[in-house]
Design a protein around this ligand. Structure first.
Ligand code: G3P
Ligand code: CA
Length: 418
C-alpha cells in the first residue's frame, strides 16, 4: 500500500511548523545582522567625536551587543541543525561574522580609558620636546597632551609658554635666559633653533619638582608637524593629540588673537590629515568657540582652574570672567553646566577642584571628565574610582601601573627614538 501525503496530514503540519520556526529564526538573524550594521556607525561616530572613547552608554551597549551576539550565535547554529535544516549558509556566516566583529570591537571600547601623557611625559624627559613624546609613545599612551604657540613666520610649534621660559631655555652661550624673554610670536622658526630647551635650570623650583626628568642637550622646540611625524614613525596610528591653545585675554599681545590662532592651527591639522585624531583644549574658551565654528567635528576640551595662579571661572566674583566667551558661572551655577552650554565634549578640571559629585553631574550632562595633572598614584586610583574618563599625567609610567591594578586595558607601547 502506498502512503499518499496530502495537504492537512500531521506530517505536513509538522513540516509547516518546522519551516515557520526556521523562518522566524532566519528573520531574527537578519534583524540582528541589520541591528549590528545600523549600530556600528553609531559606535564608530561616537568613538571619533567623543575623543576616542564614546560615551558610557554606548560602551555599555557595545558590550551588551557583543554578549548577545555570542550567546545567540550557537543558538542559530544548533536551531538550524536540530530541525534538520542546513539553514541559509550566508545567514549563518553573517551571524558568525557579527559575533567576531562584536568580539573584536569590545576591547576597543573597553580600552577607552584615556591615558594622556602631559607635555609628552614631563616627569621623565624635557617637557613638550620630541624626547618626551618619544618616551610617552614608547611606554604606551592613548593621547599626547601638548601646548602650542605660533611663530612670527606662522609655524605652529610646541611650547607651554608664549614667552621663552628662563627655567628651561638656554641661549647659544649655554646659559639659561634671564627672566625677561621674548615672545615666540616675535621669533621665526630659525630663531628658535638657537635655544636649547633640554635641561632645567639647576636650583630652580621647577628642577626640584621634577628630579627624574632626564637632562639633555641640543634639544629644541619642536614643530607640531614633527610631533605628528614622530607618531607616524612609531607606527602608531591610534594615538591622539590633545592640543592646547595658549592664548590669554590677560596678555593679548603675547600671541595671535584666538580666532587667528585657531585658523593657523586648523590649517596645519588639516594639511597633516589629523582632524580625526585631535582634541582641542584651552583655558581660553574664546578659542574653543572659534574652533567649534570652523571645525564642528573636532572635540573641544574645556580647561578650568580656580587658583591664585589662574582662575578662568571667577565663581562668586563680582567681575565677569574674560576667559569663558561670555558664559558665566553666575548664569549656570556649575562648571559642567557652563561647559555644556558652551557645546564642549570634555571638561578638563584641575584635579584638586574635582569631586565625585561633579563627575556624576558632568556625566549626566553627557560630558567626559579628564582632569589634569595627576602625578601621584593614590590620586590616580581615587579619580579612576570616581569614574573619570581619562587622566592627564606627567608620569604615564605610574598611571599604567595603576590602570593595570584596576584591570583597565593599557594602550599599546610603540617604541620610537626622538
Ligand atoms: O591639559 C591640561 C593642562 O595641561 C593645563 O595646564 O599649564 O600644564 O598647560 P598646563
Ligand atoms: Ca597644557
Amino acid at each position: 500500500m502506498i502512503d499518499i501525503v496530502t495537504p492537512g496530514t500531521n506530517q505536513n503540519r509538522a513540516q509547516r511548523k518546522c519551516s515557520q520556526r526556521s523562518l522566524a529564526l532566519r528573520s531574527a538573524t537578519r534583524l540582528l545582522a541589520a541591528a549590528a550594521l545600523a549600530l556600528t556607525p553609531l559606535f564608530a561616530s561616537a568613538f571619533d567625536l567623543q575623543g576616542h572613547r564614546g560615551d558610557l552608554l554606548l560602551r555599555r551597549a557595545a558590550r551588551l551587543l557583543a554578549a548577545a551576539a555570542l550567546a545567540l550565535t550557537p543558538l542559530f547554529a544548533s536551531a538550524f541543525d536540530l530541525q534538520g535544516h542546513r539553514g541559509d549558509l550566508l545567514l549563518r556566516r553573517a551571524a558568525r561574522l557579527f559575533a567576531a566583529a562584536a568580539l573584536a570591537l569590545t576591547p576597543l571600547f573597553a580600552s577607552a580609558f584615556d591615558l594622556q601623557g602631559h607635555r609628552g611625559a614631563r616627569g621623565l624627559a624635557p617637557e613638550n620636546t620630541l624626547p618626551a613624546f618619544a618616551a610617552a609613545l614608547s611606554l604606551g599612551v592613548s593621547t599626547l597632551e601638548l601646548d602650542t604657540a605660533i611663530t612670527k613666520d606662522g609655524v605652529v610649534v610646541v611650547s607651554h609658554d608664549a614667552r621663552l621660559n628662563p627655567d628651561i631655555t638656554r641661549g647659544t652661550d649655554g646659559r639659561w635666559l634671564n627672566a625677561s624673554t621674548r615672545a615666540v610670536r616675535e621669533l621665526t622658526l630659525d630663531d628658535l633653533g638657537h635655544f636649547d630647551v633640554g635641561r632645567i635650570k639647576p636650583g630652580s623650583d621647577y628642577s626640584r619638582r621634577f628630579p627624574d626628568q632626564k637632562r639633555m642637550d641640543k634639544v629644541y622646540m619642536p614643530t607640531l608637524a614633527q610631533v605628528f611625524q614622530l607618531a607616524r614613525r612609531a607606527g602608531n596610528s591610534e594615538v591622539r593629540f590633545n592640543i592646547e591653545i595658549k592664548t590669554s585675554p590677560e596678555k593679548p599681545g603675547d600671541t595671535l588673537a584666538p580666532e587667528d590662532f585657531v585658523r593657523g592651527l586648523l590649517a596645519l591639522i588639516e594639511r597633516e590629515g589629523m582632524t580625526s585624531r585631535v582634541i582641542i583644549q584651552s583655558f581660553d574658551w574664546r578659542a574653543l568657540k572659534s574652533m567649534q565654528e570652523l571645525a564642528p567635528k573636532i572635540p573641544t576640551s574645556y580647561l578650568s582652574a580656580q587658583q591664585r595662579f589662574l582662575d578662568n571661572i571667577a565663581a562668586g566674583k563680582a567681575e565677569r570672567s574674560a576667559w569663558t566667551a561670555g558664559i558665566q558661572f553666575s548664569d549656570h551655577g556649575s562648571i559642567p553646566k557652563m561647559v555644556k552650554a558652551a557645546g564642549g565634549a570634555i571638561w578638563s578640571p584641575n584635579y584638586p577642584e574635582l569631586s565625585a559629585e561633579l563627575v556624576k553631574e558632568a556625566h549626566a550632562l553627557g560630558l567626559q571628565v579628564v582632569p589634569w595633572t595627576v602625578n601621584k598614584t593614590e590620586d590616580m586610583a581615587r579619580l579612576i574610582d570616581w569614574g573619570v574618563d581619562g587622566l592627564i599625567t606627567d608620569r604615564p609610567d605610574f598611571l599604567r601601573e595603576v590602570m593595570a591594578e584596576k584591570k583597565l586595558p593599557l594602550p599599546k607601547p610603540t617604541p620610537v627614538t626622538p
